[in-house]
Ligand binder design. Structure first.
Ligand code: ADP
Length: 161
């Protein structure tokens, strides 16, 4: 059976933690679709088109990975894309409660779609997009947490380029 995984998130912006999960998934699933949520209620720093572009650039070497933006219900987007697995990353116990709730809700909405979790290498466990934005906004060095092109875009946003 050909398994296509959809990896949804805000990716505002993509971090080395996300990339670690994508790289692991690309070795497991036939196809990996990274689905970037518009997510207006989170007031993202980057427009969805820019978040998609950054992901396209940093995943260019993975042949079975593609990037899309979406603004509808995840289970509907998964169906449209022919995905049979929802993939999420788990960092710590603190992620668990929310992820458990989300997986349960998505199972109610679409019983055939399985949610699967991958954990990142330990050096990425503490990275979150929100913390990266805060560090970059305050002029800190984020070079070990995000790819260089993401760092450049963060500099630009915060007028430090
Ligand atoms: P969301 O708004 O859906 O939480 P994020 O972009 O913050 O979007 O995260 C997308 C997915 O990637 C989530 O499953 C999240 O737990 C996971 N994730 C985020 N950062 C990391 C990381 N450093 N390592 C592993 N998984 C991560």
């Amino acid at each position: 059976m050909n398994i296509t995984a959809i990896y949804p998130g805000t990716f505002d912006p993509v971090t080395n933690g996300h990339i670690d999960i994508i790289a692991r998934a690309a070795r497991i699933y036939h196809k990996v679709i990274v689905a970037v949520a518009v997510n207006r209620n989170k007031s993202p720093l980057f427009e969805v088109t820019q978040r998609v572009e950054l992901l396209q650039q940093v995943t260019a070497d993975f042949e079975n990975v593609s990037i899309i933006g979406f603004d509808n219900l995840l289970v509907d987007c998964a169906k449209q894309q022919g995905a049979n697995v929802i993939l999420r990353g788990l960092r710590a116990i603190s992620d668990f409660e929310y992820e458990f709730q989300l997986a349960g809700m998505n199972r109610r909405l679409s019983p055939d779609l399985e949610t699967m979790f991958l954990t990142p290498a330990e050096q990425y466990e503490f990275i979150s997009s929100s913390m990266i934005k805060e560090i970059a906004r305050l002029g800190g060095d984020v070079s070990s947490f995000v790819p260089e092109i993401v760092q450049q875009q963060l500099f630009k946003k915060f007028n430090r380029g």
